[in-house]
Design a protein around this ligand. Structure first.
Ligand code: HEM
Ligand code: HEM
Length: 313
């Protein structure tokens, strides 16, 4: 068996990845504030702001949300460049160095989508793509934080082979898939490209798939802390998100139809609903990664009456 190479733990890089993830969550809140306040075209040009690259506009009305969002986005862009370069130089794992580059590519695509949504006057498809790529980028930043963590590097994974069908790993992938569908349905509704009902109906699918995944993880692998923790968090966030969804629905669809301008309860409910959606997706991605590591799929053929020897994927 080849000798395992000890990976060094880089505290600075890990903390920086955590910081980048936290600022990205703030950026998602800032972006959601633009949409919820109907401030998308308060600054009509891009990449300039009212004709200038560096001049600060008067931060009044919708401009404070639109330009504020652009400023936080530029800061996250800068953090991502530093994160990618630092990972490239300090990291021994080639796939993680590539993940740093993937984060950089994603943030560039996201910036261009943000600009396009302004230049094309907020088409639903582009604004929804911008919403979906935002959460994808957040997930990548969180993954880099997990992979550079002390626990990931120093722990000896407690491996339990999964012989059940569907496997827990399949269930986590299915959870990620249904959450992405929900993100797109929610974004298309939010940007006036679709009615509200597909999103609300699909929330039922989410409740079933995520509960199934979490209950399997907690009941069968409850002793594996790295799996149990994200599973419990995923279930809690899902319940919170369902409640927030109803609040978003009441304030946006039932009360907000005839409102002359965005009202505060609607803004608060919808912005928190977007942010918790991002946290739920990232938690589910982390759960999938931990399941992949600690509960690999066994491909052993069941032999009736015989002892089963698991074979890893
Ligand atoms: C790292 C970069 C960025 C991230 C993570 C990000 C994230 C977001 C998020 C989460 C939203 C809310 C989507 C929704 O509520 O459905 C949003 C909205 C928006 N973003 Fe960004 N954004 C980024 C860069 C930019 C840039 C560079 C621009 C340039 C103008 C921009 C312009 C906008 C606009 C105009 C909206 C409102 C869209 C609408 O109301 O239809 N974003 N952004
Ligand atoms: C756990 C299940 C749910 C998830 C993961 C989820 C996720 C999301 C996300 C991510 C968005 C915004 C997309 C974007 O960034 O543009 C959204 C929008 C929305 N969701 Fe949900 N949602 C869920 C359940 C629900 C439920 C049960 C309802 C209502 C009964 C609901 C009502 C809404 C409404 C009204 C919007 C649009 C808000 C607006 O127009 O500002 N959601 N959802």
């Amino acid at each position: 068996m080849p000798k395992e190479i000890e990976l060094p733990y880089n505290k600075g890089l890990h903390n920086f990845a955590i910081f980048t993830s936290c600022v990205t969550l703030l950026l998602i809140v800032a972006g959601a504030l633009v949409t919820s306040n109907d401030a998308g075209l308060s600054v009509p040009d891009w990449p300039t702001t009212f004709g200038s690259i560096y001049k600060m506009p008067h931060m009044i009305g919708g401009v404070k949300y639109e330009h504020g969002h652009r400023m936080v986005a530029e800061f996250v862009g800068l953090l991502t460049i530093i994160l990618a370069v630092w990972t490239w130089r300090a990291e021994k794992r080639r796939w993680l160095r590539l993940l740093g580059l993937a984060a950089l590519a994603t943030v560039i695509v996201q910036g261009i989508l943000g600009g396009m949504t302004v230049l094309l006057l907020l088409p639903a498809a582009v604004s929804s793509a911008h919403a979906a790529v935002a959460q994808t980028f957040f997930c990548i930043a969180v993954c880099i934080a997990v992979f550079t963590g002390r626990q990931w590097i120093q722990e000896h994974p407690r491996t339990e082979f999964d012989t059940r069908r569907p496997t827990l790993f399949t269930l986590t992938l299915l959870s990620i898939f249904v959450l992405y569908v929900q993100l797109l349905l929610g974004a298309m509704f939010r940007h006036h490209g679709l009615s509200w009902w597909p999103h609300v109906v699909h929330a039922g699918v989410i409740a079933v798939v995520l509960s199934w995944t979490a209950i399997r993880a907690i009941s069968v692998y409850g002793q594996v802390e790295a799996v149990k923790r994200p599973a419990v968090l995923m279930l809690s966030l899902m319940v919170a998100q369902l409640c927030l969804g109803f609040l978003a629905f009441i304030t946006r669809v039932m009360w907000g139809q005839d409102a002359a301008q965005p009202e505060l309860p609607m803004v608060i409910a919808t912005v928190i609903h977007v942010a918790v959606g991002a946290l739920l997706l990232a938690t589910t991605v982390v759960l999938a990664i931990q399941v992949w590591r600690h509960v690999p799929v066994s491909f052993a053929e069941p032999i009736p009456g015989g002892e089963q020897k698991p074979v890893a994927a």
